[in-house]
Design a protein around this ligand. Structure first.
Ligand code: COA
Length: 210
């Protein structure tokens, strides 16, 4: 199949500033900060990985650095979330990119993204995840020209579902009882989505910058 040109990651500039945060690609200097929350049971309870140790965090960051390089096979931008007041890395967010699926004779030339995030429990409940996730929508739709952005949150992850609703994403589907959760119960999985035109419309109505 013909290769479809990727969104140009080399044109992005860092850090990206929001009201309280700086977002920039994660590096191995962030290892301790990331370990501080991705090693905690309450943080990983809704994530696909278990509590990570130092070596696993190192591998995770190393593979994400490779996937953030322009032209990477499975492109993904992993960004450290730094709270400007204090200059501390309080979490990380990601935007994974893939070419939109096509069942036509020709491949699609459009790309879509999936967002995700995890923050240190010290800073939960202050709206920082919503602030960082909203910036991922700007990055994806405005700077990379994505057609569609989605996010998945298990139904019992109240905070994450609230974040996605707050940043304007649309609840698109709930897949029932998939997968088995860490507590031994089957989890319902909510998919949230937004098309580029929906985001532009929402941004105009809410006076967001686009
Ligand atoms: C999901 C997560 C990033 C949210 O971070 P956060 O900075 O606390 O999020 P925000 O402060 O922006 O918003 C959280 C919202 O959920 C609410 N909330 C948080 N915990 C809650 C709980 N246990 N029960 C009910 N509501 C809760 C907050 O009050 C807030 O609601 P609001 O939008 O009405 O004000 C954070 O909980 C986290 O890192 N969790 C572990 C990793 C994870 O689950 N990632 C998402 C995978 S899909």
């Amino acid at each position: 199949m013909a290769l479809v040109a990727q969104p140009d990651l080399s044109r992005l500039t860092w850090p990206r500033r929001t009201d309280r945060l700086d977002l920039r690609p994660v590096t191995l200097d962030d290892l301790d900060a990331v370990l501080a929350y991705r090693s905690r049971p309450e943080v990983v309870v809704h994530l696909s990985h278990d509590e990570l140790d130092r070596e696993q965090v190192r591998e995770r960051i190393t593979s994400r650095i490779a996937r953030g390089r322009p032209g990477a096979a499975e492109p993904l931008l992993a960004l450290a979330v730094e709270e400007r007041a204090g200059g501390r890395v309080v979490g990380d967010v990601m935007l994974r990119l893939e070419v939109s699926h096509s069942i036509a004779r020709t491949p699609s030339e459009e790309w879509e993204g999936t967002i995700g995030y995890a923050l240190h429990p010290d800073v939960h409940g202050r709206g920082l995840a919503a602030e960082a996730a909203a910036e991922l929508l700007v990055l994806g739709f405005r700077d990379l020209g994505l057609r569609r952005i989605t996010a998945d949150a298990y139904a019992d992850n109240i905070a994450s579902n609230r974040v996605l609703r707050r940043i304007g994403m649309r609840h698109e589907a709930t897949v029932r009882a998939k997968p088995l959760g860490k507590d031994g119960t089957w989890l319902d999985d909510n998919t949230w989505a937004l098309l580029r035109e929906e985001w532009l419309d929402l941004a105009a109505r809410r006076s967001w910058r686009t």
